[in-house]
Design a protein around this ligand. Sequence first.
Ligand SMILES: C[S@@+](CC[C@H](N)C(=O)[O-])C[C@H]1O[C@@H](n2cnc3c(N)ncnc32)[C@H](O)[C@@H]1O
Length: 441
Amino acid sequence: MSTNGRRLCLNVGILADNIKLITVERVNETMAEAQQLSTIKGHIFACTKTSEKECLDRMVFGTNKIYAHKINRVKTGDKIFLLNVDTDTLYGSFTASSDGAFNLVPEAWNGKYPYQVKVEKYEETIKTVEKASKLLSKMGISWKESLDEHQTRFLLAYFGNPHEFDWGPLIAERFGTKRDKTGKMESEKPSVASTTLWDYPKQSYGKTPKGSNKYAGVTPAFIIYNLVQRYTEPNDLVVDPMAGSGTTLDVCKEEGRRCIAYDIASTRPEIIQNDARKLPLPDNSVDLIFIDSPYGDNIKYNEHPSNIGHISAETEEFYDELEAVMKECYRILKPGKVLGWLIGDQWVKKKFTPVGFKVYERLCNHFETVDMICVVRRSQSSNTGIWYNRAIRFNFYLRGFKFLFIMRKSAGDQKPEKKRKVNWDYYERTKKLLTPEKITE
Ligand SMILES: C[S@@+](CC[C@H](N)C(=O)[O-])C[C@H]1O[C@@H](n2cnc3c(N)ncnc32)[C@H](O)[C@@H]1O
């Protein structure tokens, strides 16, 4: 351990006392300082009993894939706190001395937490707050999300002196904060989905638009966000061959991924005009492809003669042309990497066409299946009372979901990525539940 590290651990040991020693002047100073830091952001990194020492010794905090989305938002100068989730203790305050990045110190925690930030002390000593979850909840802070300016300011001030901390402004602040229907503060980013049913209320999230919701057929941004979080690392290359209004571009920009977007008719200068059946990229060069293709000829995207959206999904030609796109996707993807394909079924003039299944069949000619997601369709034109009445009166169904097929290019002879071992288990029905006595109870 470095001398610096030893000093740190010692400091941590006497933190609680330090907090008591802070004078009222210092509180005022801290508050004044906090007010000056008008655009600061904060982040809480979690550690456990096992990983805490290494965090403080190295002055590097890390996280794994689950919270990888946080790391890209950490910028040099942001305020950082460390939460030991086992002991419910919060350590502060630190300043990020690097931007958040992947594998800054590859050997740390034996590679278990590769999304990392380097930190330095913000004040002379590191202090601790016990029963941290209670405090965070009182401040309306979730350690899983980045802290906004107010939350960061208040946490810094609290670390300045918990006993003199003035809760008044915080309470006023909290009630001024936008909340959703459940009373929770609105999160800047969607959470990464864990099940195969994805249902998000809006097309976009966060403070900046993703694509344009005026574009007919715009993709819900959270779909791309989920794929990017799960299947790429910062700086990876993502390609959208049918980019429309550029939702993929905007999501990737915010998440620190490189992105190339094409469309047969470009709607923005960053979108390159190109036919998806011939992609101008080398073989095995792309980390993730996302496509929200036409679902048939139901939407008039543009007049371009090569627009596949002019072809009816009731014809084999439609699937032949999409398969030409699939072949190109296969060629440019790196082995072992993923393609996400969003598609919906069709019910037109009393005729149902299982477009999803037909597209999936073609995808299987080239790719392995990772999984299949159902995405709830929310903001579509048939979400109205009139359409509801028609669906019941004439006995048909409105389209309630789309398929997202997650496909992988075979890794071939390439060595698969080193994976952590997961212990799978089976749930067994207990005898208790099956016995008649228990049921009639
Ligand atoms: C469902 S939209 C994509 C929406 C887009 N993801 C967004 O969020 O705005 C399908 C797109 O495929 C494009 N397209 C159709 N045929 C194409 C082709 N042959 N090559 C490239 N793009 C094509 C259309 O112009 C349209 O913009």
